[in-house]
Design a protein. Structure first.
Length: 75
């Protein structure tokens, strides 16, 4: 079985040029980048607040004893 010459030639298939991450970001809109940056910062700050709160809670529980956590417990 014979095939056309165009099908066997790999140079005929064009591949789009690869884009760098900076070029991809340049194509996206300003609002999209601002929202994603804001969301990233909010997630980071939320994580830090939860971490600090958890460490504070654990340190108070170890310092004052676990009884202050329960209703009617002594301070």
């Amino acid at each position: 079985m014979t095939t056309p010459q165009g099908m066997s030639d790999q140079s005929a298939v064009e591949t789009p040029p690869e884009q760098t991450p900076n070029e991809i970001l340049a194509e996206q809109g300003f609002i999209y980048r601002a929202i994603t940056r804001l969301l990233g910062w909010l997630m980071f700050l939320g994580f830090m607040i939860l971490t600090i709160g958890t460490l504070t809670f654990i340190s108070l529980a170890l310092y004052k004893g676990i009884l202050w956590l329960w209703p009617g417990g002594e301070l």
